[in-house]
Write a protein that binds this ligand. Structure first.
Ligand SMILES: [Zn+2]
Length: 352
């Protein structure tokens, strides 16, 4: 199903490009700027099964994007400056922000050198447990279990089911099924429990994943001191905030902010909601983020920045730079707003 959707979206992006429809949509949907969303930036791997591949782009693609933005005379600005332009209604020039979620070490090793080449600032949203080395990146753990086995045993409730994971296609199908099931479970601790059980059954050590992929506080300190880098918050545990009680959701936001400020000695004024989609962040979270003192907060809802985004500074939409569509020809489509308009049902602002 995901593959079909990917193909439709790819055909859609291609169609938008080849028909030139993005030129027609630009005046309505391009807005005044865009916030790009990235996760990993690292050289591609050549293994067949990469179910989290949408979360990574190659350094060369980041370079192509920044070159395109510069050539298009679009300002690349910080989230502080984005807020200023929205609040002061300063839309004389188009702008773009580069944001990276989770705090991966490859952001330092592969993204920062490219950003430096273009003198482009970025905001990196850190989940404080990830920096602590105790975070749980369950989607990576799930990938590791399925990658190493040709069949896996899953307990959907009380029913033990064996899933074929013998071929790349079977592995992808099993991943999609389990990923969907896990994200539908009532609580974050339910996801963690099921993934831990799966790891234990299949001999995957999930405790090392976080330290292998994420920057520690000691690594974040010099990274945060780089003039191009702003550090934002991304909760403590990387949980689905909308599924928490109001008290816990507020605590996840405010305490992650305090921990990062304390460790890095920089003010933390910007937030990204973990997962960030409709089921993970809604109006209650948008209010809580404001109450916790964040000047801006970004979702993963697709969309550009519009003048009216000034009224929704804690519900900002982003444009995903998806690893499955690393084709320079889509860049005019992405910056026209046509792609995000297509994805969100042709709405400008989606903050409800
Ligand atoms: Zn995240």
């Amino acid at each position: 199903m995901k593959q079909i959707r990917n193909n439709v979206i790819r055909a859609g992006l291609g169609a938008l490009y080849f028909t030139g429809a993005h030129h027609l949509l630009r005046p309505i949907f391009a807005g005044v700027g865009a916030i790009f969303m990235l996760h990993h930036v690292r050289p591609p791997r050549d293994t067949g099964f990469q179910p989290n591949h949408h979360l990574e782009i190659a350094p060369e693609f980041l370079s192509a994007i920044l070159a395109y933005l510069r050539a298009s005379d679009i300002d690349i600005i910080t989230m502080d400056e984005l807020r200023r332009r929205l609040v002061e209604r300063d839309f004389s020039r188009r702008f773009a922000c580069v944001t990276l979620d989770d705090g991966y070490r490859d952001n330092r090793d592969f993204a920062l050198p490219v950003l430096r080449e273009f003198d482009a600032p970025c905001t990196v949203y850190v989940a404080s447990d990830f920096a602590e080395g105790i975070g749980r990146l369950w989607w990576v753990a799930l990938e590791m279990v399925i990658a190493k086995e040709s069949t896996i045993e899953v307990k959907f409730g009380d029913v033990a089911t064996h899933l074929d994971t013998g071929t790349p296609a079977a592995k992808q199908a099993a991943f999609d099924r389990l990923h969907g099931w896990l994200r539908g479970l009532p609580g974050e601790q339910d996801i963690q429990r099921e993934v831990s059980a799966l790891c234990a059954r299949h001999g995957v050590d999930e405790s090392t994943i976080c330290r292998e992929l994420c920057m520690s506080w000691d690594e974040l300190k010099p990274f945060a001191d780089d003039p191009l880098v702003t550090i934002g918050a991304h909760s403590i545990t990387h949980c689905n905030l909308a599924r928490q009680t109001e008290e816990i959701a507020g605590h996840e936001m405010a305490t992650s902010r305090a921990r990062i400020e304390n460790a890095l000695q920089h003010p933390v004024l910007h937030l990204a909601y973990p997962y960030g989609d409709r089921i993970a962040a809604g109006p209650r979270e948008f209010d809580l983020a404001r109450a916790a003192g964040f000047k801006t907060a970004v979702t993963t809802r697709p969309g550009m920045v519009f003048p009216e985004s000034a009224e929704h500074l804690t519900a900002l939409q982003r444009v995903s730079l998806n690893g499955n569509y690393q084709d320079e020809r889509i860049l005019p489509v992405l910056t026209s707003g046509a792609a995000t308009a297509m994805w969100n049902g042709f709405r400008r602002i989606d903050a409800a």
